[in-house]
Design a protein around this ligand. Structure first.
Ligand SMILES: NC(=O)c1ccc[n+]([C@@H]2O[C@H](COP(=O)([O-])OP(=O)(O)OC[C@H]3O[C@@H](n4cnc5c(N)ncnc54)[C@H](O)[C@@H]3O)[C@@H](O)[C@H]2O)c1
Ligand SMILES: O=C(O)C(=O)C[C@@H](O)[C@H](O)[C@H](O)COP(=O)(O)O
Ligand SMILES: [Zn+2]
Length: 358
């Protein structure tokens, strides 16, 4: 059993530990100080939560188990408020810890519960989907959705450690696994083109957790994320590149009442951002087509409804990269190099959408 450790640098560095059958590493990440550990886990994953609870009990912690609704429904203020009450009832103090177990929705929620409880307690994340391993659990963006938009309430609160046990990927539903590939491919376009080559060489293998390059894809995407958030935790500049494709993606998710998978929306959003980059004269047709080809090759969507444009355009104004009334997009200057496009003309925004709609 080989274990890889990717360190995320910053004020309080932490490791992303990657391997198969590595649950035994968890107490080491939780540390010696906590007496109680609140395990916040997706209620649909008892087979994964049980051994997590067991390994922590065996390590001598007082373990509390808190099941939350599966998926995006859990990123809601009602679920968060319930967790606060449960933490209070369990007597969780500032020296205690939260462990979040599940996909990106659960790790976003658990991370924010930990960040907001007593103004911040230690948090270790155990991501169980590809998307959560390569993106959500790393980097300290935590939060919930509100009816007005995606992730509009949250905090930057880096975890104390992240445990990616690749065996958990084996039960992830295929569409959710593919959703995680979208963020993996995004990392390829913005920073590490080798990811694209691995997917392009064997799209069918890339779309399976037991594919030949799963571990390398996870490690490469985590390295991209670690490098970026280690240099710019609070998104003062560089970190914005991780938001490639997200301005449109979040608008699509909201239009779908958060029932559309995040990665699927990101795939469409990345093609849109590539079209904007092309219209602004930064990249050529071939690189835009490469977006369409690689996302489509693993079964991700690259088009969305034409009728939705007015609503999507309006929602995009509330994107977190917006400054004042100026809409800002992460775009590509070339493969692996991002730029920013501030205040594009309305006809450019509309023309780019025409290329991703039907
Ligand atoms: N904080 C960040 O930086 C960041 C980055 C990217 C995405 N996100 C967020 O992550 C969320 C999406 O994450 P996701 O794709 O993991 O979705 P998710 O958490 O909704 O999980 C998808 C589905 O898979 C199930 N599941 C999870 N692990 C499983 C397993 N091992 N076996 C079987 N089923 C399993 C869940 O119950 C759920 O039904 C979105 O809310 C998105 O905004 C956050
Ligand atoms: O970590 C980041 O920074 C990202 O932007 C990663 C995105 O993949 C992720 O979806 C993130 O939650 C989006 O952040 P938001 O600030 O646009 O809500
Ligand atoms: Zn994302």
């Amino acid at each position: 059993m080989t274990v890889s450790r990717i360190t995320v640098h910053g004020d309080e560095p932490y490791d992303v530990v990657i391997g198969t059958g590595i649950l035994g590493e968890l107490p080491g990440l939780v540390g010696e100080r906590p007496r109680s550990v609140a395990v916040v886990h997706d209620e649909g994953l008892p087979e994964i939560a049980r051994p997590v609870l067991g390994v922590l009990e065996q390590a001598g912690y007082l373990v509390h188990s808190f099941a939350v609704p599966s998926g995006e429904r859990s990123k809601d203020v009602s679920v968060l408020a319930r967790l606060w009450s449960e933490f209070a009832a369990a007597g969780m103090t500032r020296t205690d810890a939260v462990v979040g177990v599940g996909g990106g929705a659960t790790t976003d929620l658990a991370g924010f519960a930990a960040a907001s409880w007593l103004r911040g307690v230690r948090c270790v994340l155990v991501p169980t989907t590809l998307l959560a391993m390569v993106d959500a659990a790393v980097g300290g963006k935590t939060g919930i959705n509100i009816p007005e938009g995606k992730n509009l309430v949250g905090a930057f609160a880096p975890p104390a450690g992240v445990l990616c046990d690749l065996t958990t990927l084996m039960t992830v539903p295929r569409e959710d696994y593919i959703s995680g590939l979208a963020e993996t491919i995004k990392a390829g376009f913005i920073r590490d083109p080798r990811i694209l080559e691995l997917v392009e060489a064997d799209p069918e293998g890339a779309a399976r957790p037991d594919g030949p390059h799963t571990r390398e894809l996870v490690e490469r995407a985590v390295q991209v994320k670690a490098d970026v958030v280690g240099a710019d935790l609070k998104e003062a500049g560089l970190r914005e590149i991780l938001n490639y494709g997200h301005t449109l993606a979040h608008a699509i998710e909201k239009a779908e009442d958060y029932r559309f998978r995040h990665g699927h929306a990101v795939a469409i959003g990345c093609v849109y951002a590539a079209e904007l980059s092309r219209l602004d004269g930064r990249i050529d047709d071939a690189l835009v087509e490469r977006h369409r080809a690689v996302f489509s090759s693993v079964g991700l969507p690259v088009v969305y409804g034409a009728d939705a444009w007015p609503e999507l355009r309006s929602t995009m104004n509330i994107d977190k990269k917006t400054r004042g009334a100026t809409l800002r997009f992460v775009v590509l200057d070339e493969l692996g190099e991002c730029g920013r496009l501030a205040g594009p003309a309305e006809d450019v925004l509309t023309a780019a959408y025409a290329r991703v709609s039907r």
